[in-house]
Design a protein around this ligand. Structure first.
Ligand SMILES: Cc1cc2nc3c(=O)[nH]c(=O)nc-3n(C[C@H](O)[C@H](O)[C@H](O)COP(=O)(O)OP(=O)(O)OC[C@H]3O[C@@H](n4cnc5c(N)ncnc54)[C@H](O)[C@@H]3O)c2cc1C
Length: 261
């Protein structure tokens, strides 16, 4: 039976207190509800976190951009602050799913879910993000652990994601034409101290591509990517793309991203 108790939390303390072994947080419901409907997941309690004040919203400073966990993709896409400080992030948000998904789905839900083809995890890795939770601050490179797996512990709530404001950045996605999930997505960021390239859609979870980072650190130009050899070993292969095709598309997307930086 698909039955559960629906609870609404009004603050973070209340939400984390409600979270027991068989309870889970409900944000936009864009992944959680289909998973329950398809009987891929079952919970005793769903804790609605959308009514918690202060969990959504966007704050910008000269060095960082902080986005509250329940901020929707549509809000990120339309935000003047995001458009000014990290325009590539607004482009990424605008390219997620369809208007319904963008108006319900949240940034916190997206990274907590850590779908292998989700867009935001690549932004988190490339933009050296810090994940602020109800318990601690987690650097993005320690957050994404495996397929649909993160470093979050039971009952730990994401409060906000803080991105480093880069000198330049761009996200290029080769989308699945039906869902818009990334068959391959490449986020390139020129940060103050380093160049980061994060790839999504290709392995069990998002990863940084050191070969591309090294090539772009010597010469930040699309031509620097030409001689990089990307091995397809361990890459996803499915009805949408073979592993070799994904390896090829990584370079195409990386060049596109660098060209539009
Ligand atoms: C048709 C369709 C197309 C899509 N296309 C894309 C796409 O192109 N690109 C893309 O990246 N994504 C895509 N998505 C996913 C979508 O972007 C949602 O962001 C994502 O499904 C989860 O966000 P949500 O707010 O709906 O989370 P929910 O479904 O409510 O929750 C997902 C999981 O995260 C947990 N969670 C939620 N919020 C928190 C929090 N603050 N702290 C801790 N845990 C939390 C929940 O307990 C649950 O386990 C698509 C989804 C659909 C249905």
């Amino acid at each position: 039976m698909k039955s559960f108790n629906f609870k609404s939390a009004t603050n973070i303390k209340e939400a984390t207190k409600m979270a027991s072994r068989r309870a889970t947080f409900l944000a936009g419901g864009m992944t959680l509800l289909p998973a329950i409907k398809l009987r891929l997941a079952a919970y005793s309690d769903l804790i609605n976190i959308k009514k918690i004040k202060g969990l959504s919203g966007i704050k910008v400073s000269s060095k960082s951009l902080r986005i509250g966990a329940t901020t929707t993709h549509a809000e990120v896409a339309a935000s003047k602050e995001v458009g000014k400080s990290i325009p590539s992030l607004a482009v990424l948000a605008e390219g997620i799913g369809d208007p319904q998904v963008r108006n319900r789905g949240t940034i916190g839900g997206s990274i907590a879910n850590n779908d292998p083809a989700a867009d935001y995890p690549s932004a988190c890795l490339a933009l050296n993000a810090t994940i602020h939770t109800s318990k601690r601050k987690i650097p993005a490179n320690k957050f994404f652990k495996g397929m649909f797996e993160t470093d979050l512990k039971k009952g730990e709530l994401i409060e906000a994601i803080e991105f480093e404001v880069p000198e330049k950045s761009s996200y290029a996605k080769f989308p699945n034409p039906a869902s818009r999930y990334a068959i391959v997505g490449v986020y390139v960021a020129k940060l103050k101290k380093e160049i980061r390239v994060a790839v999504t859609g290709v392995e069990s979870h998002v990863f940084r591509c050191k070969k591309l980072e090294d090539a772009l650190s010597s010469n930040f130009a699309p031509s620097a990517i030409d001689n990089v050899n990307i091995s397809s070993k361990g890459f996803n292969a499915d009805i949408h793309a073979s592993a070799d095709y994904r390896a090829h598309i990584i370079k195409v997307m990386a060049k596109q991203a660098v060209s539009s930086c």
